[in-house]
Structures are given as structure tokens and as C-alpha cells.
Design a protein around this ligand. Structure first.
Ligand code: ADP
Ligand code: MG
Length: 706
């Protein structure tokens, strides 16, 4: 082997500036590192407001203004020297360190790779002082200047003397995003401090939170409502492990494209790959493949159990009992998600019909040429199979709540001065008034001909322009896709008095019963104009009495300035008395010569509206109808009647001896009629009247993972 001829070079002690610059390069790798260090200093100084201004992603300018305690004038000469700190005196202090910094390296490092200026004022100083630093040393003397209490640190031309580093950081926008990320995280964790981040010469701000907000508020502001609405609180405390953790984690309804984890250990922004992995594996059981959670976690561990004496930029931390602590947090998160998923609510999305909306899955299934039909595309076609009622708790039946609403709007109360407190009795007396009405269709018409197929009397035809225009408006305003959805749907069940479920193809929809029924009846009254049957009230209630009851009901909002009830009741009686001929002829609302309400329209066979609404109906007929213009008059009468008819009567409550309650009526009378003729208005697509809540193929995706 050839002998080494090279003579070893002499070892020299490096120049201090070179040492410091090397060290600085390690600590300050990019603008966001520098910012993090300086934000920690602001928090250590007790600031409640921190404003950051940047230019070119912090490479040109990074300015941080706080309202903390400031720096004493006598310290300004050495503040940027290496290993000068106000936070640590003895090595033992490290065991109980409560501040972010303690090594006194950050400012020193920055001054070695950038132009650094500090303007600061403590509460005791008369004025602020401005100092510039170069390579850890104060340049010249600190100069008095104007300034508010707190500290402003200005970092300019970062890495001006480290060209390789500067060239490596090519994209200011990338650096800017990292800065946004750091401030965002600090802002969520330190919600009692107000943060702002703006670009120089830019009016808007990229981050803005106010002091004394909550962590939820700041998550909503900074990460959006989609994240904030789905959060679950996580709290863990284990005195044995000397650990306390609390946080906000997304529930199973949130599915992010990437894992967002905000982790603070002893209020220090850090990363922990094992903890991240442990949490991601918990969520994997609940979320679809490729979907991730949002996790904000603040862990507090006894200071003597964390090795804080790691390099300032080493975000990865290690702590005593790491595995046990991670396991504890993991199992708590799992339990919370399990509980949340049993009461899982589907994120309701408005129906925005997809382009293939009309491509009905059942037609695909029936098509012989179609490719294989998967279970997820199978459609239940027999609505008698099973009803939703089977799964609902019978103890809270709607009839009971009807009963209580009946109590509030008791008709009995108005017929006599005495008010019975017995619920059942009241109900019975209401039914006395109305239950014996014979449903005698007095006219020959479409509605009756449904019931009586032999009836051959002709329909009356009206060539009224106003009527034609109103019918045209309904037609022109129809959403064809929704029309088909209703037409080809299967009724699944009533989830409440207000909402029903229907199925169309593989999709499940929920719709607002009152709104849909009201529109249906409006259209029906226009169609059956002059051709309705009559429901006779066997003991016709006086209009005056109905008006008085209505005014006594809170929902009708009678106010003293409207005039005395007695006067208004008489006016109503007179007004409707004058209109009785027209009301009877066109709408089958029958008012007899004594001004009693003798009949209401029969618009659907077997359908009686909720008779507790009679008083309100009569009041609205007088107050909401536009009597002067023909078109408006017909329009408003139909609207008022539709409002009255939208809710069916509950036979069960009225004790008619029938087991057919309101739900039965909705399913077997009302919904089939809606299916057959309703023309849904376009606005329903976006106003929440009908919503798609699930699609079978999507559910399969969810359950595949379980
Ligand atoms: P460390 O934070 O490790 O002490 P730094 O170099 O970050 O070291 O800061 C040095 C010292 O400068 C701090 O100990 C603190 O006394 C002072 N200081 C820095 N920034 C601020 C600030 N924004 N407000 C008040 N004092 C500050
Ligand atoms: Mg510091």
C-alpha cells in the first residue's frame, strides 16, 4: 500500500463569528423557524396581542410587534449575544422550566444571519429604545425613540450572508404558507392572545384572531366551519403517569384530505410521529380510505418527565412513559369516536342533482345489457316490507304531542267561559264539535269522483285569465328532476310530525312535510277551483267565536294596536259574510246565514285537515286575503287554505274510534296524492325543503370499513 504523503493540516480554533454563523444556520433554517422563536419570546413576555408583518415569505422582512413586558434598557447591549437569557440561571432550573426559551440562542442566531433591529419599551422606561445588531453585537448605541410598551423585532434580509441557504429557499409563497401555519397553530393554542398576520402593504390579513376567544372560535376562524362543527372534546388525566391532556378532535363525520395535527406539549409546538400514527390508526376504522382527521391536542407532562434540553428546532420530543401516555390518549379517542358514531348524524347535503340524476339505478338494474348489479345498487321496491315506525320509540308518539298542542289551542276554551284543565276531556269536547260531521260531498266533482267512481257529473270549467295565469306560474316554476323524484319515490315513513323520509332509486331523502303539503294543497285548490266537495260541520261554529279564539292564540299575534277583539270579531263576521257566496261557489267554504261556518272543502277523499286550526284559518281568511284584485284574491285564498290543510287531522286523538292516525293519513292518503300530482317549485332544490341524506353506494363505502 502506498504510503500517505499528505501532511496533516494544523488544527486552528475557529473564529467566533464563523462558529456562531454555523450554529445560527442550524437553529434558523427558514423564516418560519425564526418566527416561532420570536413568537415564543412574545408569549414568555406575557403579551396578549401579537402582530406579524412579512414581506416575501419573511425573507425580506419579518416584523413582530407585541405588547409584552419589554426588555430592560441595560440588557439591550447583550440581548443578542449567544447564551444570554433572562430565563435560566442554574442547570437545575431546567427541571422546572416554564418558559419557551432558556438557551438565549434565538436572537443571537438571527443577528448572525440577518439585519436585526429591536425597538422596546418597558413600563418603567420613559420612551422606547431602538437598537440594531450585527453578529450578536449592538451596533452603535441604543437610540431613544417613540414607541408603545412591548417589543418590536424587525428581521430584514434573512440569510443575506448565507447565499446557499437563501438560494435553497426559492419560493417566498411556500415560506409564507409555513409562516401562516405556525401562527395559526399558536393562535389556536393561545386563544386568549390576539394574533394577526399580514403582508407588508397589504390591507387584508391572512390570520386574525381576537384576544379572549375560545379555541373552538379560533379553529372555526382559521380552519373553517367544516372542521369546527364536528369537534369532540378530549380530556385525559392520569396522575400516575403525571400527564394531563385536553384537546378537540374531529368526529367521524369529518374527513380531511390530510391529517391536520396541532400538538403542544407543555405549551410548546411540537411533533410526535408515534402519537400521530396511533391516532391515525384509530380514525382509520371510522373514516373512508385516504381520509384523515383534524386533531388539536395539548399535553401537559410534569416538567421533570420531559427532556426539554433538546436543540431548539428539534420539534420531535420524547418523554417519560411515552408508550403508556400515547396508549391512553389513543384509547380515549377511540371511545369518544365510538360513542359519537352510534349517534352519528349524516352530514345533510342539499340536493344538487348530479348529472346522472335521471339515470335511475333501477332502470340500470333492469337493463339486460347492464353490467353486474352490486348489492349497493339494489333498490327496495316493496314499501310494505318494513316501515320506519318499527324502529322508532312508540312512547313518544306524535299523537301525544298533538294532544298537547290541542290543549294549547283548545276550542273548548272559547265556547264557554270555563276552561277545563282535563286534557282528555278537552279533547273529547273538541271532538264533540267536529267528529260527527258527515263527510257528505254535496257537489259532484273530481274529488268526490275519486271516491265514487260511478259519479258521472261533469266538472265545471272556468276560463278565468287570473286562474289560468296562476296555474301557468306553478307549471313554469316546476323543477322537473324533483318532480320525477317525488313521482317515482317510495314512502319510507314519518320521522316526526315535520319530516318524512322517501326513497328514490338508491337514494334516501328527507322532506319537510308541512312545506311540501302546503304547496301540494295550494296547487290542488287551484286545480279544483269550483269543483271541490264539502266537508259539512254538523254543529257549525260561529265565525265570531272562531275569530275570538284565534286572536287569543299566541301564534296569531294579535296586538292591542290591531283594535279590540270584539270589534275585530264582528268585522270578520261581516266581511266573510259578504264574501260567502264566492267562497262557497269557488272554494266550498260554506258560511250560513247566521254567519256560522257550515262546511269546508273536501279536496282529497279521506283527508280532513287538522281541525284545531279552524280558528286560525278563519282569521287568516279575513286578514291575509287580498280581496280587491281577482288574481291576488284567488292566489291568497288558495294559500290560506293550503296552510290550513297542510296538517292532517289526527283521528286517534279525536277519538273517532278509528285506528288511523295522522301518520296513516300521511302515508296512505296525502303522500300518494303528492306523488301523483305535485309540481315541486324550483327553489326547493336549495332551500332545504327536500334533502338527500344518503345514497346506498356511499353507505356501502362507509360500512365496508367497519
Ligand atoms: P431565550 O428565549 O432562550 O432566553 P432569546 O435569544 O430568544 O433567548 O431571547 C433572549 C432574551 O431576550 C430573552 O431571555 C428575553 O429576556 C429577551 N426577549 C426576547 N424577545 C423578547 C420579547 N419579545 N419581549 C421581551 N423580552 C424579550
Ligand atoms: Mg427565545
Amino acid at each position: 500500500m502506498e504510503k500517505a504523503t499528505k501532511r496533516p493540516k494544523n488544527i486552528l480554533k475557529l473564529d467566533e463569528t464563523v462558529v456562531n454563523r454555523i450554529a445560527a444556520g442550524e437553529i434558523i433554517q427558514r423564516p418560519s423557524n425564526a418566527l416561532k422563536e420570536m413568537l415564543e419570546n412574545c408569549l414568555d413576555a406575557g403579551s396578549t396581542s401579537i402582530q406579524v408583518t412579512v414581506r416575501d415569505g419573511g425573507l425580506k422582512l419579518l416584523k413582530i410587534q407585541d405588547n409584552g413586558c419589554g426588555i430592560n434598557k441595560e440588557d439591550l447591549a447583550i440581548v443578542c449575544e449567544r447564551f444570554t437569557t433572562s430565563k435560566l440561571e442554574k442547570f437545575e432550573d431546567l427541571n422546572a422550566i416554564g418558559t419557551f426559551g432558556f438557551r438565549g440562542e434565538a436572537l443571537a442566531s438571527i443577528s448572525h444571519v440577518a439585519h436585526l433591529t429591536i425597538i422596546t419599551k418597558t413600563s418603567e422606561m420613559q420612551c422606547a429604545y431602538k437598537s440594531s445588531y450585527h453578529d450578536g453585537k449592538l451596533v452603535g448605541a441604543s437610540k431613544p425613540c417613540a414607541g408603545i410598551q412591548g417589543t418590536q423585532i424587525v428581521v430584514e434580509d434573512l440569510f443575506y450572508n448565507v447565499p446557499t441557504r437563501k438560494n435553497a429557499l426559492k419560493s417566498p409563497s411556500d415560506e409564507h404558507n409555513r409562516i401562516v401555519e405556525v401562527i395559526t397553530r399558536f393562535a389556536v393554542h393561545n386563544s386568549s392572545v390576539g394574533f394577526s398576520l399580514k403582508k407588508l402593504n397589504d390591507n387584508g390579513s391572512d390570520v386574525r384572531t381576537s384576544p379572549n376567544s375560545t379555541q373552538e372560535d379560533n379553529i372555526r376562524i382559521l380552519y373553517g366551519h367544516a372542521v369546527a362543527k364536528d369537534l369532540i372534546k378530549l380530556n385525559v388525566e392520569d396522575p400516575g403517569l403525571k400527564v394531563k391532556a385536553n384537546g378537540l378532535i374531529s368526529n367521524v363525520d369529518y374527513a380531511g384530505a390530510k391529517f391536520t395535527m396541532l400538538l403542544f406539549i407543555n405549551h410548546r409546538l411540537v411533533d410526535s410521529t408515534p402519537l400521530k400514527r396511533a391516532l391515525d390508526s384509530v380514525y382509520a376504522t371510522y373514516l373512508a380510505k385516504g381520509k384523515h382527521p383534524f386533531v388539536y391536542l395539548s399535553i401537559e407532562i410534569a416538567p421533570n418527565c420531559v427532556d426539554v434540553n433538546v436543540h431548539p428546532t428539534k420539534h420531535e420530543v420524547h418523554f417519560l412513559n411515552e408508550d403508556a401516555i400515547i396508549h391512553k390518549i389513543q384509547s380515549t379517542a377511540d371511545m369518544l369516536l365510538k360513542n359519537a358514531s352510534t349517534s352519528r348524524s349524516f352530514a345533510i347535503q342539499t340536493v344538487i342533482p348530479p348529472s346522472n340524476f335521471l339515470n335511475k339505478p333501477e332502470s340500470r338494474a333492469n337493463n339486460a345489457n347492464a353490467t353486474k348489479v352490486y348489492d349497493k345498487q339494489l333498490v327496495r321496491t316493496d314499501s310494505k316490507d318494513q316501515k320506519i315506525d318499527k324502529f322508532l320509540d312508540k312512547s313518544t308518539t306524535a299523537s301525544e304531542s298533538m294532544l298537547s298542542s290541542l290543549n294549547q289551542t283548545s276550542m273548548e276554551a272559547s265556547y264557554g267561559p270555563s276552561v277545563s284543565l282535563n286534557k282528555r276531556k278537552e279533547v273529547e269536547s273538541v271532538s264533540d264539535k267536529v267528529r260527527t260531521f258527515p263527510m257528505v260531498p254535496e257537489k259532484n266533482n273530481q274529488a268526490t269522483s275519486h271516491a265514487n267512481a260511478e259519479n258521472t257529473t261533469e266538472r265545471r270549467q272556468f276560463e278565468l285569465t287570473s286562474l289560468i295565469q296562476l296555474r301557468e306560474a306553478v307549471k313554469n316554476n316546476t323543477d322537473q328532476v324533483l318532480r320525477d323524484t317525488f313521482k317515482d319515490s317510495i314512502f319510507v315513513g314519518c320521522v316526526s310530525e315535520k319530516h318524512c323520509l322517501i326513497q328514490h332509486g338508491t337514494r334516501l331523502y328527507i322532506f319537510c312535510l308541512e312545506r311540501v303539503a302546503e304547496e301540494f294543497f295550494y296547487q290542488k285548490f287551484l286545480d279544483e277551483f269550483g269543483n271541490c266537495g264539502v266537508i259539512c260541520l254538523s254543529d257549525p261554529p260561529p265565525l265570531y267565536n272562531l275569530a275570538i279564539i284565534a286572536m287569543d292564540q299566541e301564534e296569531n299575534e294579535w296586538r292591542p294596536e290591531d283594535g279590540p277583539k270584539d270589534y275585530l270579531g264582528k268585522q270578520l263576521k261581516e266581511l266573510l259574510g259578504c264574501k260567502s257566496e264566492m267562497l262557497n261557489d269557488y272554494f266550498s267554504v260554506q258560511i250560513n246565514e247566521n254567519h256560522h261556518l257550515a262546511g269546508i272543502p273536501l279536496i282529497l277523499v279521506d283527508y280532513i285537515p287538522d281541525l284545531t286550526q279552524l280558528p286560525s284559518f278563519v282569521l287568516r281568511l279575513a286578514s291575509d286575503v287580498e280581496w280587491n284584485l281577482e288574481k291576488d284574491c284567488f292566489d291568497t285564498i288558495c294559500r290560506v287554505m293550503a296552510k290550513f290543510y297542510r296538517k292532517p287531522n289526527d283521528h286517534e286523538v279525536l277519538n273517532v274510534g278509528s285506528d288511523k292516525d295522522w301518520k296513516w293519513t300521511v302515508e296512505h292518503v296525502l303522500y300518494p296524492a303528492i306523488k301523483a300530482s305535485l309540481l315541486p317549485p324550483k327553489k326547493w332544490i336549495s332551500d332545504g325543503t327536500i334533502l338527500q341524506i344518503a345514497d346506498l353506494p356511499d353507505l356501502y363505502k362507509v360500512f365496508e370499513r367497519c
